[in-house]
Design a protein. Structure first.
Length: 151
């Protein structure tokens, strides 16, 4: 049997609450990950590029994961960096992606995996030019939500 290789995940956030749940799940699964917290404030292009390049070089992830495309800038700087390095982008939409995606430049779709909580969105997201779309429903953290003792 071949040994299981864990992917290295770079998490990109702008203070979205769900990222804590994602981190907890990765911790429990033993998946190496690094959180690149960009905060909720604007930063200049040079600082943004420096922080992302530093994380890519230092951590060497297999892909970058974001929730609702948060952390992906509207100017396309992150998408340019990902295209330059060939690093895939995974974006899990837990809100309506059709209100979010039009705000971003239509590029890097070939190396982007979209996940949507609504199975009805899969075909329509493909029609927007994203060839890799999958249904990933919302769930509950079993470490927090589990049946208690009877009585």
């Amino acid at each position: 049997m071949l040994p299981m290789v864990q992917p290295r995940v770079l998490l990109l956030t702008s203070l979205y609450f769900l990222m804590g749940e994602v981190r907890a799940a990765l911790d429990r699964l033993g998946v190496p990950h690094l959180l690149l917290d960009l905060g909720g404030k604007e930063m200049d292009r040079a600082e943004f590029v420096s922080r992302v390049r530093g994380a890519l070089a230092g951590f060497r992830p297999d892909f970058l994961l974001t929730v609702n495309h948060l952390g992906v800038d509207r100017e396309g700087v992150l998408l340019e960096l990902l295209a330059e390095t060939g690093l895939p982008l995974a974006s899990w939409f837990v809100d309506n992606p059709f209100l979010i995606l039009p705000l971003y430049p239509p590029r890097y779709q070939e190396r982007t995996q979209l996940f949507t909580w609504d199975a009805d969105n899969v075909a329509a997201l493909g029609d927007l030019g994203f060839p890799h779309v999958a249904w990933l429903p919302l769930g509950a953290d079993p470490a927090r939500f589990h049946p208690g003792a009877p009585g």
